[in-house]
Design a protein around this ligand. Sequence first.
Ligand SMILES: [Zn+2]
Ligand SMILES: [Zn+2]
Length: 145
Amino acid sequence: MSDGVRTSSCLCGAVQLQLTGEPMIMGLCHCDSCRRWLGAPTHASALWSSDDVVFLAGEDNLTTFKRSPETGSHRKFCMTCGSPVRIDHPTVNFTDIPAVSVNNLEYETMFHTHYAEKFISIRDGRPKFKGFHPMVGGEDEQLPE
Ligand SMILES: [Zn+2]
Ligand SMILES: [Zn+2]
């Protein structure tokens, strides 16, 4: 992978982001919130420092959903096409971009999170954390595949 600049966008293209550098971590999240939000069996997550994510277009075309008022996950989606665009974690200054929406990203599953809530099993030999990744405050407890 190169230390380049990438873009990501929603399905209709109204919202465009610029991402600088490489994601800090990439992994599959199996939590109930991600699965329902994306309508998918798991969420391919790529975490950037929020400082490395800027809008190229469409910031005012996003709306925010928080599952609970105290949650640290601010889920932002395009009001035109409904695509998930970013999940902001302001308390840790990380922004999670759905990896499938990032252009020219060489995605690699480094680990799995919230595997206790899994909908599908993935036997890829990667660590299966029970909850959050330890880097963002989770415990180091891992589950069998
Ligand atoms: Zn859109
Ligand atoms: Zn999740």
